[in-house]
Design a protein around this ligand. Structure first.
Ligand code: FPP
Length: 286
């Protein structure tokens, strides 16, 4: 396999795992059992990811808005996350998965924070897949915290900012998101990875998360591979760029953060052709 096709396989997929509650309610079950079944879907996705060329997988497990849910559901979710970290560690190690948790840690139960740190430490050498789990995560809060790290009057570059974002919220150095999937039928980003998904392709499916299986993940990746990403430019066959020297606001690190299949042709400031109109506001769940 050539270097370019090897590189082309290196996908960062992020998933908003929505629909657990509705899945449970439709079966006459309490909402937390939807989250428990959702854990099985997480296992399936983690197992299937490497064969699909996914090298970074970021899962939205608990948003900072989720604190608004009934305390019994919040406690159940946090317990489930701790169980997952405790029980799944051996399997993650065996598969060469490196685990990171992104989000705030200061509001989480100490036992969960300890399990997170232990999991991150033990799996630090994993090279097959970087699994990032977002817990008490808010992209806006991450951006504000990163901005607070600015040492003015320095003028931070995009790379500086991306690094501060990682420092503020953890998760290590991850490339930009290539494909963002949301299950459960809603079409919104819900404060997830707003900076990192600036050029992500969006894939929405009505499948409820507990039902999301390997064929759904495969279909989403295949759909992504059919898309034509231009990053605000046009295809190279349509002529050389007349972009001013500072039009591409990527720094060298920023360039590497993207897939080499689709180098930015002109500028990152143009609108992406895959822009999707927001759905009418509905009751925000996360
Ligand atoms: C959204 O569905 C889902 C969540 C808030 C939690 C996601 C958590 C898991 C899948 C549990 C395990 C995760 C890991 C990483 C082990 P919802 O409850 O908002 O569903 P609804 O929209 O149908 O109400």
């Amino acid at each position: 396999m050539t270097q370019i096709s090897l590189e082309a396989m290196r996908l960062h997929v992020a998933i908003i795992m929505d629909g657990n509650g509705r899945w449970a309610t439709a079966r006459g079950l309490p909402r937390p059992s939807g989250h428990r079944s959702g854990t099985e879907a997480v296992r399936r996705a983690v197992r299937a990811a490497p064969a699909l060329g996914i090298t970074t997988l970021t899962l939205f497990a608990f948003s900072s808005d989720n604190w608004k849910r009934p305390s019994v559901e919040v406690r159940g979710l946090l317990r489930l996350l701790r169980e997952f970290l405790d029980r799944e560690l051996d399997a993650l190690l065996e598969r060469g998965v490196r685990l990171s948790v992104i989000g705030r840690r200061d509001r989480l139960p100490p036992a969960l924070v300890t399990a997170m740190a232990a999991g991150e430490g033990l799996t630090a050498g994993g090279r097959t897949l970087h699994l990032r789990i977002a817990i008490d995560y808010s992209a806006r809060d991450a951006i504000v915290r990163a901005a607070q790290r600015a040492r003015l009057p320095e003028r931070p570059t995009h790379d500086d900012f991306a690094r501060w974002l990682g420092d503020a919220y953890g998760g290590g150095d991850a490339p930009d998101v290539d494909l963002l999937i949301r299950t459960g039928g809603e079409r919104r980003l819900s404060d997830f990875l707003l900076w990192e998904s600036a050029y992500a392709e969006l894939h929405f499916t009505s499948r409820m998360w507990p039902d999301f299986d390997v064929s759904d993940l495969t279909a989403a990746v295949e759909d992504f591979r059919r898309r034509h990403r231009r990053f605000g430019g046009v295809s190279h066959s349509e002529g050389p760029s007349t972009a001013p020297s500072d039009a591409s606001i990527d720094s060298s690190r920023g360039e590497r953060r993207r897939s080499p299949r689709h180098p930015p042709a002109v500028s990152r400031s143009g609108h992406d052709s895959n822009w999707i109109a927001p759905a009418k506001p509905a009751l925000e769940r996360r």
